[in-house]
Design a protein around this ligand. Structure first.
Ligand code: HEM
Length: 120
């Protein structure tokens, strides 16, 4: 919420206005990411395949504040993904092409899609 009357990039934001930052324009910025519309783990790896945190990777924070659940979320994501990938092989049905297009609201979610999950 704006703590005082503020002018930001020619927009006047009165004190008390609730603000919700949408990060899509940054996370899909064509000048920052080599292939913003494609799943590309290489965006986060250096020449030796080691993880690098890039300046524009701020999924848990966009300023001085930060997500209180970051540690828990990272742990949960790791456990869920590793658990699923160890037990199943995922593939798309013939003729189906997955897309990074989504529906933007409070969070950004993918359009409904079908995948096969085959037990390993
Ligand atoms: C993938 C999972 C998650 C993502 C991407 C995420 C992302 C974010 C982001 C971007 C913010 C706003 C930070 C800011 O003001 O700049 C936030 C705030 C917050 N998140 Fe998360 N979050 C996740 C999971 C969780 C979980 C699991 C919890 C709690 C169990 C949690 C608790 C909170 C709380 C309490 C805040 C408000 C912090 C504050 O404004 O002081 N989040 N989160």
């Amino acid at each position: 919420m704006a703590a005082k009357d503020t002018t930001l990039a020619n927009y006047f934001i009165p004190k008390g206005t609730t603000l919700m930052p949408i990060l899509t324009s940054v996370l899909f910025d064509k000048t920052e990411w080599e292939t913003p519309d494609t799943f590309n783990p290489g965006h986060f790896l250096d020449a030796e395949g080691k993880f690098v945190k890039r300046e524009y990777t701020f999924v848990y924070s966009s300023g001085k504040r930060v997500c209180l659940g970051e540690g828990l979320a990272k742990m949960e994501l790791f456990l869920f993904f590793v658990g699923l990938l160890q037990k199943f092989s995922f593939s798309v049905p013939d003729g189906v092409e997955l897309s990074t297009e989504g529906v933007t609201g409070i969070t950004r979610v993918p359009h409904p899609f079908k995948v096969y999950a085959k037990a390993r």
